[in-house]
Ligand binder design. Structure first.
Ligand code: PMP
Length: 411
């Protein structure tokens, strides 16, 4: 729960996102699809322009000035992530193209080496497909079994059921920190502690947490953590896998190619040290470099202030939307990030999404890549409005009025 009062200058923040200042379908854009992708802060865009106009070169291999400049800036972002999530060292930070790739890396590399027949993988009912399917593939390869931690009617992980599922067969617990569909903030510290009691490895999918909640991997004491830059006001195509040094060192490479090797010959290859062992090929250099400015943006505002303000938006929206006839919130956890998933009686979610778009309001509809969760809830999807730090109560007022007028038309 937030402990400070919001003191952010939202108009100043908005001025750093020129994309917000436009009309869509003849109406001022209201961007409420931040859980899918947040807009990109100006300082991030400026960094991308600077890179492509002045510094563009491949990293690590070249000795010329541009290559050195690019390499230095790229490695500075690694240091910045190390500081941002408080890893033990910068070498524990691996760049990927997103949370999905980070989880696949662990499932393939760690999973292939360490999972065996009869091992159990625990994931929750709330997971995104990217924290389900890689484990299904790993289970198929190894003969491990997936067990699903149930949730209660509010959309919260059932800790009693979780504890019952834990046993000496549990090899891995992989859960999200914040649910993208419902906004539930999961008690990950408690989940990790319980997993450690049975010596299970833990992976935290922090894709939805990183923009809102201060992450400290040493404090959490997780083994792996994944996040995506594009949900943190940064560019697309950049993700992070944090892994504990001893685990990363024990894991085989995920992909083969340039950069991940020490020596290659036709008789055999020796691999590079971490993190490079897991970074085959040319990465998204400019985007990784620009990601540093996204973390600066978040830190300049402060997670606590961001969370407080977004919580105000959430409460404000909840109070307004609750009064709409037929409004049905989906996911009412006590601890929630700024996500409202809902349905409205007699109006299909796709129709709502389209009619809102016609009024310049961007929301997400559908299953949000959580089909097993939707099946469990007995629905085929929701309308999801997800707020970022640049959103305002005035925008929520317009959203509310739009919903009321749409419902009237459906009469
Ligand atoms: N996990 C969660 C909880 C997410 O919300 C998302 C993105 N919707 C992902 C994983 C996948 O992230 P990406 O598409 O950036 O790989």
């Amino acid at each position: 729960m937030p402990t400070v009062t919001s003191t952010l200058d939202i108009q100043k923040i908005r001025s750093q996102f020129p994309v917000l200042d436009q009309e869509v379908n003849g109406k001022p854009l209201i961007y409420f699809d931040n859980a899918a992708t947040s807009q990109t802060a100006n300082q991030v865009v400026q960094s991308l322009i600077q890179f492509y106009q002045k510094d563009h070169a491949n990293i690590h291999r070249g000795i010329h000035t541009l290559a050195e400049r690019s390499t230095k800036a790229f490695e500075e972002t690694r240091e910045r992530v190390h500081e941002f999530i408080n890893s033990g060292e910068a070498d524990e930070i691996i760049f990927t193209k997103g949370t999905t790739e980070s989880i696949n890396l662990v499932a393939q590399s760690w999973g292939t080496k360490f999972l065996k027949e009869g091992d159990e993988i625990l994931i929750s009912q709330l997971e995104h497909h990217s924290n389900i399917v890689p484990w299904q593939l790993a289970a198929e390869r190894s003969g491990a079994v997936i067990k699903v931690i149930p949730i209660n009617e509010k959309g919260e992980i059932r800790m009693d059921e979780y504890r019952n599922l834990l046993s000496d067969r549990t090899r891995l617990v992989a859960v999200n920190y914040v649910s993208n569909s419902l906004g539930t903030i999961n008690p990950v510290k408690e989940i990790i502690e319980a997993a450690q009691e049975v010596k299970a490895i833990t992976l935290i999918d922090a894709a939805q947490a990183a923009p809102h909640i201060k992450i400290d991997v040493q404090e959490l004491n997780c083994d792996f953590l994944a996040l995506s830059s594009h949900k943190m006001y940064g560019p697309t195509g950049v993700g992070v896998l944090y892994g504990r040094r001893d685990l990363l060192e024990a894991m085989p490479p995920y992909q083969g190619g340039g950069e991940m090797i020490k020596d290659v010959s036709f008789s055999g290859t020796t691999y590079n040290d971490i993190p490079y062992k897991f970074e085959a090929g040319t990465p998204n250099i400019g985007e990784v470099i620009a990601f540093k400015y996204a973390m600066d943006f978040i830190d300049e505002l402060g997670h606590e202030h961001i969370q407080t303000y977004e919580h105000e938006l959430l409460e404000y929206a909840n109070n307004k939307l609750r009064s709409i006839p037929g409004f049905r919130p989906i996911g009412t956890a006590d601890e929630k990030a700024s996500v409202i998933s809902f349905l409205i009686d007699n109006v299909h979610q796709y129709d709502l999404g389209q009619l809102l778009d016609a009024r310049g309001i961007a929301v997400r509809t559908g299953h949000h890549c959580t089909q097993p969760l939707m099946d469990h809830l007995g629905i085929d999807g929701t309308v999801r409005a997800s707020f970022a730090v640049y959103n305002t109560k005035e925008e929520i007022d317009v959203f509310y009025d739009a919903l009321v007028s749409i419902i009237k038309k459906f009469g």
